[in-house]
Write a protein that binds this ligand. Structure first.
Ligand SMILES: *Cc1c(COP(=O)(O)O)cnc(C)c1O
Length: 456
């Protein structure tokens, strides 16, 4: 046995006590959210009808760099945090690369992904405020499962709208939500006006996150003592996820290294923010030159082919107008297996940072991501979530570039989740059943036309 350290572990006492609020330190602050009717900038109190007050306040907080993590939330984080930072010696060997590859293993959470990092505080703050029911949407089922878990921890009822294609492809995520006591409805459904409208126009709709969000918001605004929660895209979600990078920063120091590249897959941007922001602050303030790479599916390329415009976060137009990179709120992503990456927009903070050149997007074909996922499973012994396979594939590209250039760069990626409940997708890949899909320029343009043009 070699004496090289494989996993860099922190004790419970090192669970962060504060989240890092990048909004306070960004060189250019994000533009305001706009009211969809009046087009006036929103205050946090304008968000109170939909979100709980504390999350609304965190959403627009551009002044406090550090925000305390409540003790009740840190207590629940102890169920699995701190997560390991792992040196991927197996993957390095398989690729024969001089790069040093590390990954932060968020797949060890009780629900199998990073989503719980934000579900717990969101439910906690709702509970504090006296909310009794929470609605949400879920794509691949990861967020819904995290929310169901968090609601069971704090004694709150959860109603989850699950994107129909995932409801059908991933029945075990529904089982997990049911185990934790949530009610799960496939979306689009006939239970809301938003769902009915879409089913009338597209009776065979596979559903999308945008539609499911509309349904969940509609239920929240029409039910007393009920609030809506979102598992990605929004600023307060990115804030909560910074526990990932704050731990990773200490663990990289234990390894005696600092990342040249930080890589994560990108759906709405929360796990990317989580691993990236605590390192990015050293780019702002200390002149570090770390590169941040966001890996998205080529079938849903908002970072590489989207436009920076004010657009809705959902399909029906219930949300505020958000200044972000978007493919248009009507964009219908192909039915790829990384359900958590099928979202049309990029979030407000991340879009500003992309515009300012602090991160770059890379888009990947589905087949390349599964190939990388299987290589990772065989070399590191963990089956990654299809979403996380995008981060792995982007890391593989970097590692092979390092090999070609003879450079031993330090690569850090976030393993956002495991794929044990996504085995049907792996089966299809191994049977040669998966096709790649690249939207044509004319298809992309047809959705961009639907954006209510309001230049930021
Ligand atoms: C939801 C999810 C994602 C994508 O969401 P982000 O907000 O972009 O992080 C990625 N990986 C896993 C495992 C997920 O569950």
């Amino acid at each position: 046995m070699s004496n090289k350290t494989k996993r860099f572990l922190l004790p419970e006492s090192e669970i962060p006590t504060q989240w890092y609020n990048i909004q306070a330190e960004m060189p250019n602050k994000p533009l305001p959210f706009l009211h969809p009717g009046t087009k006036q900038p929103l205050k946090s109190s304008d968000l109170y009808p939909i979100f709980c007050e504390e999350c609304s306040n965190q959403e627009l907080n551009q002044t406090d760099t550090w925000i305390d993590i409540p003790e009740e939330v840190r207590d629940r984080y102890k169920n699995w945090r701190c997560t390991p930072l792992v040196r991927a010696y197996g993957l390095e060997k398989a690729l024969d690369t001089p790069a040093h590859i590390y990954f932060k293993n968020e797949s060890v959470s009780p629900v199998g992904s990073h989503k719980l990092n934000s579900a717990l505080p969101q439910v906690y703050y709702n509970k504090q405020q006296g909310v009794t029911n929470i609605t949400t949407e879920t794509g691949a089922g990861q967020w819904g499962t995290a929310l169901a878990y968090a609601c069971s921890q704090f004694g709150i009822d959860a109603a989850v709208y699950m994107v129909k294609i995932s409801y059908e492809q991933k029945p075990y995520r529904r089982s997990m939500m049911n185990i934790f006591g949530a009610q799960v409805t496939p979306s689009p459904s006939m239970s809301t006006r938003a769902g009915k409208d879409i089913l009338t126009q597209h009776p065979d709709s596979n559903g999308s996150l945008g539609t499911a969000i509309s349904e969940a918001i509609e239920l929240a605004t029409q039910t007393p003592n009920c609030k809506y929660t979102l598992g990605s895209v929004l600023n307060h979600v990115s804030l909560h996820q910074t526990v990932i990078g704050l731990e990773a920063e200490k663990q990289m120091a234990m390894a005696g290294e600092y990342p040249d590249k930080v890589i994560a897959c990108f759906g709405g941007g929360s796990n990317f923010s989580g691993i990236a922001f605590p390192f990015m602050r050293h780019n702002f303030s200390e002149g570090k030159k770390t590169e941040f790479i966001a890996a998205e599916p080529e079938s849903c390329p908002k970072l590489t082919k989207g436009v920076f415009e004010y657009d809705f976060g959902d399909e029906t137009g219930y949300t505020p107008l958000l200044p972000m990179y978007t493919l248009g709120h009507n964009f219908q992503p192909a039915s790829i297996h990384a359900g958590g990456l099928r979202y049309h927009g990029a979030g407000v903070i991340l879009s500003q940072l992309l515009k300012d050149g602090y991160l770059k997007g890379v888009d990947l074909p589905q087949s390349e991501t599964f190939k990388a996922g299987i290589l990772f499973a065989r070399s590191e012994g963990i089956v990654p979530a299809p979403e996380s396979c995008h981060a792995i594939a982007a890391t593989v590209r970097e590692a092979l570039r390092c090999k070609a250039e003879g450079k031993s760069e330090v690569l850090l990626f976030n393993l956002s989740g495991h794929g044990i409940i996504d085995l049907a997708s792996y089966d299809r890949y191994m049977q040669g059943d998966l096709t790649d899909y690249v939207p044509s320029n004319s298809e992309l343009e047809s959705y961009l036309k639907d954006i209510d043009v309001l230049q930021p």
